[in-house]
Design a protein around this ligand. Sequence first.
Ligand SMILES: Nc1ncnc2c1ncn2[C@@H]1O[C@H](COP(=O)(O)OP(=O)(O)OP(=O)(O)O)[C@@H](O)[C@H]1O
Ligand SMILES: [Mg+2]
Length: 342
Amino acid sequence: MFGLKSSDIGIDLGTCNTLIYIRGKGIVINEPSVVAVERGTKKVMAVGEDAKRMLYKTPGNIIAIRPMRDGVIADLESTEKMIRYFITKILPRYRFIKPRMVIGIPSCITEVEKRAVEESAYKAGARDVTVIEESLAAAIGADIPIFEPAGHMVCDIGGGTTEISVISLGGRVVTNAIRLGGDEFDEAIIKHVRSVHNLIIGEQTAERLKIEIGNASPDKTIEKVEIKGTDAITGLPRRLEIDSVEVREALKDPITQIIDEIKATLGQTPPELAADIVERGIVMTGGGSLLKGLPKLISKETGVPVILAEQPLDCVALGAGKYFEYARGIDNTRSIYDSLNG
Ligand SMILES: Nc1ncnc2c1ncn2[C@@H]1O[C@H](COP(=O)(O)OP(=O)(O)OP(=O)(O)O)[C@@H](O)[C@H]1O
Ligand SMILES: [Mg+2]
C-alpha cells in the first residue's frame, strides 16, 4: 500500500556512527553508535546524538556505551536496542510492513558477532536480513563500476576498522581487514601527549586535535591548537599548545600499519588486476580517510593514485541500500567469474 519496494533499507552499523539509507529518501539517520542505559535496570535513557552527549560525563546511575566498539559487538543487548530505536524513529509505518535490511559490517568480525548483528536486526523488526562486507557496500556506494572485468581497490578507514578490498566482476578477489581505524588515531594522540607533556587528555580532545590540525603529510604551514587536560603529576588542570608536526608524529604508528596493509593487499592482487588499480587508483571511504594529507601519503608510499570518495562517511549506507539492485548482478557475475577460474 505504501509501495513495498520502499521497505528495503540499508544500514551502516559502524563502531562510531550508524547511518540508515532508504531508497528514494536518502540518508535518514546519521547518529553516533552510542546508547545510554540506567545502571542496574538497563533501561535505555538515550540513543545516538543524545547519548553521545552523556559519554564520559554520565552521572553515577547512567552509563553510556558504544556497543559496536572495535568492530566487536561488545554488548548484544544494547546493539539490539540501538537498532530498534533507530528503526522505530524513522519508520512508524513498519509497524505494518516489516522492512528488508541490508547491513554493512566489517569483514573481520567473527561468525558469532555476525549472527549477533542478524539477530539484533530481526528482533528490531526486520523481515529479512542480509549482512554484507563493509568494503563491498562502500564500493557500491562510491559508484565504483564493480561489474567491470577490471580490478578496483577500495580502502575504508572507519573508527574501529580498516578494510581493503580488490573487486572485479562484482566479487571480492582479495579482502584484508584490521581492527584499527580513527579511534586508534585518537588513542595515539592521547598516548603521545601523556608521555611527552605529562598531560592527560580525553578522547574528544584528541579527536578534535586530529580533525582540526592532524595532517598525515608534511606541510609548510604549521598549525597550532590549545588544549586542556589534567597534569599527570600534580593532578591539576592545565593548558597546552600543540602543533600539527607533533600530531603527525603521534599518528605515525597507526598510519604506517594501514599503509602496510594496503601494500600487502596490492601484493596479493593478481598482476592483471593490479595493473588496473595502478591505472584507476585506490578509492578511499570512511571517516578516517578524511584525515588531511592521508590520501596523498598513501599515494606516495604505494605509487598508486588515490581518490577520496565523494561522500566518504555515507558510502557504506548508500551501498547497503542499493545492494538489492546489485544483488542479482553480484550472484550472476560471481558464477561467471568462478567458472572462469575453473
Ligand atoms: N575530518 C576528519 N578528519 C579525520 N578523521 C575524521 C574526520 N571526520 C571523521 N573522522 C574520523 O572518522 C572516524 C569515523 O568514521 P566512520 O563513521 O566511517 O566510522 P564507522 O563506520 O562508524 O566505523 P567502522 O567502519 O570501523 O565500524 C572517527 O574516528 C572520526 O574521528
Ligand atoms: Mg564504517
